[in-house]
Unconditional design. Sequence first.
Length: 105
Amino acid sequence: MTEINEEQLYQRAVKVWGKEPQMLQVIEEMSELIKEILKNINRKKDNVAEIIEEAADVEIMLGQLKCCYNIADEISAYKAEKLKLIEKRLNDWEKKENGNGKEVA
């Protein structure tokens, strides 16, 4: 079996099935993931396998979304900035918690 080039596969999917149907599929896959997460949390259902499946589907469809709008680089840059912000907030939170005598991991 040949190595899969995700970008080429996403472009091919959009070309064959169309942008609008694929963007609707993004929404559908996200809603399916939401549903499985809610089952896990609210109903205490042991559905990790379903969460894995739906998360993979969402990742694939997000790849197609990036392809459709040609925004992969912009998303990557924005994500990097968001991760820095999360790290700063975590550092601040842990300092605050540690300052109150609470143990931090």
